[in-house]
Every structure is written in structure tokens, then in C-alpha cells.
Design a protein around this ligand. Structure first.
Ligand code: NAG
Ligand code: NAG
Length: 338
């Protein structure tokens, strides 16, 4: 009897943990700065702040070596400029894997290979699927099941995205998105999506409510048929789910591969307080809450953009998305623990 009670309690605790701890938050380690700390120090900063997931835009050997035995899981990008060759040349795909992942397989927790960044629509979009297929074939050959293959898109794929239920992929994105989603459905991996309520808000601060963009609204702000939205991020995620459904895909998940708010660069729409509020609330949403109004059961992992302010990006807000000052290595505003 005691045993059964113990098992029941254990199962209940497990169910509660699954329901609550949606997913740990990750951070994008963007590296377009000439004043960034050395990679081993950056890995230390992730660990000291309890951040267990990192997204990298390219396979820098110094960064990958610094990640050895760090217990940080890594989403590793394949650079846009490498895709054309990799789309037809499996030696190039093998070479990339053998150089960057194979030697570190036992010491670094590679979670995803992310093929390309924000390429739909565009001239390189048609290379995405063949490169993803080539990586998947390599992983299948080597019987590696722990690494997923995906790509990362932005809201540029939409023809319409408001209200969420009216969302559709744009004519110039629909065909390639349908093929990519077919692949992701087959391999059962999520689509990476970059979502910035900040840019939507900044484009129309008169009509879009700040509290809706920052997860601080007290109740529903946008009612879409039976679905009520208290925050814009959920509406953007559901715009993807609706658009996918309209091309016949209802079983592919999403990962919010980038989201954030700049701490400067655009007058009173950007300051450390607003950035802190957004990033804290985004992290809270990812780590404590499953589902969206449309997909209540979906687990939606996410990564904040970004670790550092990057001084080699275009001036203005683009240089000000960082959580940390790269020179002092201090947080730009209080936001830890996330
Ligand atoms: C590695 O990370 C996982 C999940 O974040 C954690 O449960 C585990 O305790 C960590 N292991 C070590 C050796 O730090
Ligand atoms: C920015 O300033 C304008 C003009 O004073 C004001 O109407 C608006 O509410 C301010 N926005 C924020 C986010 O503080």
C-alpha cells in the first residue's frame, strides 16, 4: 500500500514537473563584436548564470572547444554562404560535420544543426531543404539520433499574420515552407522561428500596446474568434501554427530561436528597464508555461537574443540587444536569474 502511494506521489510530482517546467531558457551567443570576452570566459558566464542552452550562428573552433564538458546544449548554425555548395556536395556536408561536431560528440551536447538563418523568402531559400536532407542522411548513416536538423525563419515568411487565424505564408514563401515543413514533420523536429514583438511595436507604437508587447497586460488584448491573446509573442507563434495548418501541416512544433528587446538605440522605446521587463517575461513564459491559445499542449523552447551588445552590427538598436556589456562582462540591467 505504502509503495503504491509512493509511486502515485512520484507520478504526480513528475506530471507536475512536466506541466510547470516547460523548457530551460537559452541564449544566442552572437559574435559580431571586436571586444567580446574570450570564449572560455563566455562559457563560464553561461554556467555561472545557470543558462544551459546556447545557440551559435557558426561553428567557431575556439567556441566549440570551450564548450567541452560544459553540459551546455548547443544549437549550431550552418552559415548561409556555405549552403549552395552543401546542397549538391555531400563531401562538403561530411567535411563540415567531421570538422565541427564529430570530434566533440562525447564532450559537447549538440542538440540541433540549424541550416541557414532567415533565408525565406530569398535567393538561397531553395538550398535549405537539400542541405537539411544531406545532414539528415549523414546522421542516419551514423545512427546519431540525439541531434536534430532544422532551419530558422523570421516573420518575413508571412503574407498576412494578423489576426493569427488569418495568417498565411506569402506567395513567395509558401512552396519552400511547405517542402521544409514536410521534411520536419517526417523527421519530427521543430521549426526555429525568430520573433520580435519589439519590432512590431516600434513600427506602430501608437496603435500597438506596450503592455501587449511586453507580457504585462492584465487581460486579453486581442480576441481572435474563440482565442484570446494577452501577449503578442503567443499571437506570433500561433500565426505560424495557423499558416502551417493551411499548407496541411499540423504536427510540427516550434522553437523561438530568437527574441529580445534592445536597451538603447531608439529613443524612449528602448531603455534598460524595457529590455529587462521584456527579457525577464519572455524567459518566464518559456520556462514556466506550455502551450499557446491555439496549441495548449505545445512545449515551446526559446532563446534570448543576445548574450552581448555587438559593436560590429549596424548602429542603433541592432548593437543594443545584449544582456551583457562585453567589456565589463556585467549585466546591462538586472535580469538574472532568468
Ligand atoms: C547537466 O545538465 C542537466 C540538465 O541541464 C542537469 O540535469 C545535470 O545535472 C547536469 N550535469 C552536470 C554534470 O552538471
Ligand atoms: C515616448 O514619448 C512619447 C512622447 O512623449 C509618449 O507619448 C510615449 O508614451 C513614450 N513611450 C514610451 C514607451 O515611453
Amino acid at each position: 500500500m505504502m509503495r503504491i502511494v509512493q509511486i502515485a506521489i512520484a507520478l504526480w510530482a513528475l506530471a507536475a514537473a512536466v506541466a510547470e517546467a516547460a523548457a530551460p531558457i537559452g541564449i544566442n551567443y552572437g559574435r559580431l563584436g571586436d571586444n567580446l570576452p574570450p570564449p572560455p570566459e563566455v562559457v563560464q558566464m553561461f554556467r555561472q548564470n545557470g543558462v544551459t542552452k546556447m545557440r551559435l550562428f557558426d561553428p567557431d573552433p575556439n567556441v566549440l572547444n570551450a564548450l567541452k564538458n560544459s553540459n551546455i546544449s548547443v544549437a549550431l548554425g550552418v552559415r548561409n554562404q556555405d549552403l549552395q555548395l552543401m546542397s549538391t556536395n555531400t563531401d562538403a556536408v561530411n567535411g563540415w560535420f567531421n570538422a565541427n561536431i564529430a570530434p566533440l560528440m562525447n564532450e559537447v551536447a549538440f542538440e540541433y544543426i540549424v541550416v541557414g538563418n532567415e533565408l525565406v523568402p530569398g535567393d538561397l531559400a531553395n538550398f535549405l531543404l537539400p542541405v537539411m536532407q544531406n545532414f539528415q542522411a549523414l546522421l542516419d548513416n551514423r545512427q546519431i539520433k540525439t541531434i536534430g536538423v532544422t532551419t530558422c525563419v523570421a516573420t518575413s515568411v508571412f503574407g498576412n499574420s494578423y489576426p493569427p487565424s488569418a495568417s498565411v505564408f506569402a506567395d513567395n514563401s509558401k512552396e519552400v515552407m511547405t517542402k521544409i515543413l514536410g521534411f520536419l514533420a517526417y523527421v519530427q523536429r521543430p521549426l526555429f522561428i525568430n520573433l520580435y514583438p519589439y519590432f512590431a511595436y516600434a513600427s506602430d507604437p501608437v496603435n500597438i500596446r506596450l503592455d501587449y508587447a511586453q507580457f504585462t497586460a492584465a487581460g486579453v488584448v486581442v480576441q481572435d474568434g474563440p482565442l484570446g491573446y494577452t501577449n503578442m509573442l503567443d499571437a506570433m507563434i500561433d500565426a505560424f501554427f495557423w499558416s502551417m495548418e493551411k499548407v496541411g501541416v499540423s504536427n510540427v512544433g516550434v522553437v523561438v530561436s530568437e527574441s529580445g528587446w534592445p536597451s538603447g538605440g531608439n529613443g524612449n522605446l528602448t531603455n534598460p528597464e524595457l529590455a529587462s521587463t521584456y527579457n525577464k517575461n519572455f524567459a518566464k513564459r518559456i520556462t514556466t508555461q506550455n502551450g499557446t491559445p491555439k496549441r495548449p499542449d505545445a512545449v515551446i523552447p526559446g532563446y534570448i537574443f543576445a548574450m552581448f551588445n555587438e559593436n560590429q552590427k549596424p548602429p542603433g538598436v541592432e548593437q543594443n540587444f545584449g544582456l551583457f556589456n562585453p567589456i565589463t562582462k556585467q549585466p546591462i540591467y538586472p535580469c538574472f536569474p532568468l
